[in-house]
Design a binder for this molecule. Structure first.
Ligand SMILES: Cc1cc2nc3c(=O)[nH]c(=O)nc-3n(C[C@H](O)[C@H](O)[C@H](O)COP(=O)(O)O)c2cc1C
Length: 179
């Protein structure tokens, strides 16, 4: 069964480097991945909750790919969680539609890994900043897996950066495949 990958980036077409490379790499394998570009689908933020729930129900492996914004996600992902993970569908009234489904995050950050440490400016690890996602998905009985991350995302795609990003895109595809 195909893995469902939500790509959640407000500027995927013009300003993104890493997420765009990951997106393009995933799109090479339509037989393996359903790639769901959330900002392109809902530029006005009006999420079709029923369609999203049906899509989730049809997949067993789900990845949410996004750049870290203010130590969290771009706002459309929060809106998606608030609206799609509804009572009586995702949790409550005996209904846990994501129960047992493998769920993971794929993250990009500008800051390097050292910045995300006790000694660094952010004081906490990326794992700690993603606890809210971890517990949310555990709460609805999904099988939350360790994330895939790219630290120190560059502002320009020079040759050295490009090599690193292209390798990460390949590693990312393997990660999603073997989730
Ligand atoms: C509004 C905003 C907030 C951001 N907050 C963070 C942050 O908290 N931590 C961090 O490491 N990078 C932060 N960044 C940088 C992005 O994570 C980075 O530009 C992105 O991951 C690079 O991926 P891309 O090339 O696909 O855009 C922020 C960027 C924006 C635009």
């Amino acid at each position: 069964m195909k893995a469902l990958v939500f790509v959640i980036h407000p500027n995927l077409g013009d300003r993104s480097i890493v997420n765009k490379h990951w997106f393009d790499e995933l799109k090479k394998y339509p037989e393996k991945f359903t790639v769901h570009n959330l900002y392109e689908l809902y530029p006005d933020g009006n999420i079709d909750v029923e369609a999203e729930q049906k899509l989730v129900e049809a997949h067993e492996k789900i990845v949410f790919q996004f750049p870290v914004y203010w130590l969290s996600s771009p706002p459309l992902f929060k809106k998606w969680l608030d609206e799609v993970l509804s009572y009586g569908w995702a949790y409550g009234a005996g209904s846990y539609k994501l129960e047992g489904k493998k769920i993971a995050l794929a993250l990009t950050t500008s800051a390097d890994e050292k910045t995300y440490s006790e000694e660094g400016a952010f004081k906490y690890t990326l794992k700690e900043f993603t606890r809210t996602f971890e517990i949310t998905f555990e709460w609805i009985k999904a099988d939350y897996r360790p994330y895939f991350a790219f630290f120190g995302a560059p502002h320009t795609a020079d040759e050295a950066n490009l090599k690193k990003i292209e390798q990460s895109a390949k590693d990312y595809v393997s990660y999603v495949e073997t989730l």
